[in-house]
Design a protein around this ligand. Sequence first.
Ligand SMILES: NC(=O)CC[C@H](N)C(=O)O
Length: 367
Amino acid sequence: MSQKKEALLLLEDGTAYRGLALGIHGTTGGEICFNTGMTGYQEIYTDPSYYGQIIVNTTSHIGNYGVQLEDEEESGSVKIRGMVCNTFSPIYSRFTADFSLQEYFERAKIVGISNIDTRHIVRHVRQKGVMNAMISSEILDEAELMVELKKVPSMDGLELSSFVSTSEAYYMGDEASSKWRVAVMDYGIKKSILNNLTSRGCYCKIFPAQTSFSEVMDWNPDGFFISNGPGDPASMAYAVDNVTKMVETGKPLFGICLGHQLLALSSGINTYKMHHGHRGLNHPVKNLITGLCEITSQNHGFAVNPEEIERHPDVEITHVNLNDKTIEGIRRKDYPAFSVQYHPEASPGPHDSRYLFDNFTELLQKA
Ligand SMILES: NC(=O)CC[C@H](N)C(=O)O
């Protein structure tokens, strides 16, 4: 595709930006959110937690290191709905790259837009809050595109894990040399999380999102891992029910991001939709147990309600965000179950928080 075609980015509140089309020509809609990470775009685009969202990459150049198949993919396909950036590079400079980001988006049929003042979008969304948006290189009239934009569902109350979860259970790791069997609930899991588990001696069976508790228990796991994933955790009664029963087995349980929100919900603590979420690689988090600060990788638009935690003496806050004091980690006092809102697998991002996987295997060892 030529890089020259005009495209329109329209936000739900009527704000319009004009730029150049990238990826394929077409029209796409979703929740617009910004990621401030300066690297790791391919990991972001393939992270299933971004399913249904249009990503604004705020770093000034996108595409300049191309794409590398498999190594930098967090799942088997591109999951974002669309991409917005400032300078999009059709050429790339990296000898290990397989091809350009433009070609990657063409193969994945992704619609995007470049030459946009991403700083303006960030300031706008930070003031007004997260909202839906649409990108089009076909409909360049704002009123006409607004008619289409109104049809995009709100993220609030949306169950999306069923769309990205595995359809069949599968295994990861080496059974013979592994120490523990971990049942992984796939609500949209990232590959690097599984790698962090298998490299620490966990033989994993990855179950489809809608698997029943009894079927998971038939495999006789030593512990449970509750994955990240897209959508609103409050819409996932089936998962909350499973996590409640898993916690009550008394076996170790670890949850990341959506998995953290599900542990809270299963403990009777509700979640809420944030004003504009956290997406980036530099969020400071304080571990209240050790007193140490970690720089973390984040991607979430919902969070756990702190007021509710005060009413639940069985649950303790273990981590807080130092920017806005939101809850970043909890643990059960009565069961070996804990979770974090951020991404210790850090793909992309700093590796400060990988100790959490060791904390999980220590619990498995103790059990
Ligand atoms: N990365 C995740 O697991 C995201 C969880 C949830 N969908 C949120 O946006 O808050």
